[in-house]
Ligand binder design. Structure first.
Ligand code: DGL
Length: 272
């Protein structure tokens, strides 16, 4: 039976729009409800308890919109708070296991790099998932704390000297490890993909978890007959927890298309 309900997506802020971009690319007809917790971003420097509490509120908000499934389009939530999603009444998709699977499939030398926020790297989530699939893999993870502010500042062009140097400095452990595959384990990092690829060269495969999760969701919907049946373009609704004013510019970079300010609504997420 077809299911015309929307796909629910949440992130600590606007970074999850890079995942939404892949969802739209792979499932253009599906409706999407996006919640970005812009009033409480970043999550990546917070404690496990706080991230779990915030994630539960974000999920509750999406459930109020009667979504058919929920995607934690946030590397940090996926790493730290995915276990609490077991009690949700709809299927839950996180980013880590899908990225790990794609990385294991891509690697030839068994050396996999992971970059993410401090909370993501401290959780060891990617390493755990990779080793489940490939026990002899060598995993090198490092946090790249300045990548998120860099992207939010609009500095992501691969020919920008600050971008080049920041990427070069953070990725030294990955280069030293000899990894032939690198998971971009934070929502903002795909925006820096060109700069990262420029440094690492063609010998390193970059894994965008947004692509991996979009394909997994598409497979799930198909296998369970839950795709939206009519083939009109999907409706996309955006909600944020801080003023939507600054949404437009950064959102267009992350989503890869213009967003009309009027389509963005502010909600009081703490009141849920
Ligand atoms: N969305 C977060 C992630 O993917 C990055 C921003 C934050 O720290 O909240 O980990």
């Amino acid at each position: 039976m077809a299911d015309s309900r929307a796909i629910g997506v949440f992130d600590s802020g606007l970074g999850g729009l890079t995942v939404t971009k892949e969802l739209v690319r792979h499932m253009p007809c599906e409706d999407i409800v996006y919640f970005g917790d812009t009033g409480r971003v970043p999550y990546g420097t917070r404690s496990r308890e706080t991230i779990k509490k915030y994630a539960a509120q974000d999920e509750k908000f999406l459930l109020k919109h009667n979504v058919k499934l929920i995607i934690a389009a946030c590397g940090t939530v996926s790493s730290v708070a995915a276990d609490s999603a077991g009690s949700l009444p709809v299927p839950f998709f996180e980013m880590v296991s899908h990225a790990a699977k794609a990385a294991v499939e891509a690697t030839k030398n068994g050396k996999i790099g992971v970059i993410g926020t401090a909370a993501t790297v401290a959780s060891g989530s990617h390493k755990r998932e990779i080793l489940k699939l490939k026990p002899d893999a060598e995993v090198t993870a490092c946090s790249c704390s300045m990548f998120v502010p860099l992207v939010e500042e609009g500095w992501y062009n691969d020919d920008d000297i600050v971008v080049k140097e920041t990427v070069r400095r953070y990725l030294q452990p990955i280069i030293k490890s000899g990894a032939d595959t690198l998971i971009l384990g934070c929502t903002h990092y795909p925006v820096l993909e060109k700069a990262i690829a420029g440094l690492l060269g063609g010998g390193v495969t970059l894994i965008n978890p947004g692509v991996a999760v979009a394909l997994a969701v598409k497979d799930y919907l198909k296998a369970n007959g839950k795709e939206k049946l009519d083939s009109t373009a999907g409706k996309h609704s955006f909600f944020v927890s801080d003023k939507p004013d600054s949404f437009k510019n950064l959102a267009s970079v992350l989503l890869g298309e213009e967003i009309d300010d009027r389509k963005v609504e502010q909600v009081d997420i703490g009141a849920l």
